[in-house]
Write a protein that binds this ligand. Sequence first.
Ligand code: ADP
Ligand code: ADP
Length: 225
Amino acid sequence: MLTVHELSKTYLGATKPAVHQISFSLEKGDTLALLGPSGCGKTTVLRLLAGLELPDAGEISFAGTRLDLLSVANRKIGFVFQDYALFPHLTVWENVAFGLSMQGVSSASLKERVDNWLVRLRIADLAERYPNDISGGQQQRVAVARAMAPEPQLLLLDEPFSNLDAQLREDLQQQLRALLKGSGQTSIFVTHDQQEAFYLADQMLIMNEGLCVVAGVADDLYSQP
Ligand code: ADP
Ligand code: ADP
């Protein structure tokens, strides 16, 4: 369903590729965890999928379409950025509503769905606040709600829970897992947390210096000695 074929990217002025000939494929509804040391190219893989960077080589197909030939807007991908990238001039509620309102959802349905997502991510009390008036952990949850609310077929999450305390992280991991299992959405998330990867992912891809070093089904990797 999602096929990434020998994707490569060297940033302008860099001496080494950030991503070199990365390939993987996911079935509809699969969750892939991207792991590896800082600087190994994980964020670049997500940015290439989202169209925020252009690859030097390689192909990306999703549901029978060449994703890499589409503009960012036409890829219809949900993305949680590492720095959240919320709209500063919009309230929390408006941030979460943004993608849905672009889809032309009726205003009654829009309100119900946005309110629902705010409750799920436990940010309902922040609805009228602005991003720079709430904590980092709260911003992170707004970013997750904003990405998920339009229910994109492909969801990219860059360390979505890194800025939360342990209890909240565990709660939201459970919720995300249930949501992803139920929705048929295909998702890729970057994490430094192996436990999180095993808990959420069907497949794992471990990178080092732009290369794929290990890839496989999470259960198989886990059962290896
Ligand atoms: P990770 O997400 O695994 O930490 P990144 O994909 O952010 O890794 O970075 C991979 C490599 O590309 C690193 O060496 C990083 O310094 C470099 N890099 C990332 N973004 C840029 C950029 N915009 N311009 C130049 N080099 C970059
Ligand atoms: P989180 O659990 O979301 O990471 P923190 O532990 O950072 O939140 O903050 C605890 C509480 O302090 C939050 O519920 C929030 O109401 C408040 N808070 C933290 N930072 C800010 C801020 N920059 N502006 C307003 N309120 C804040």
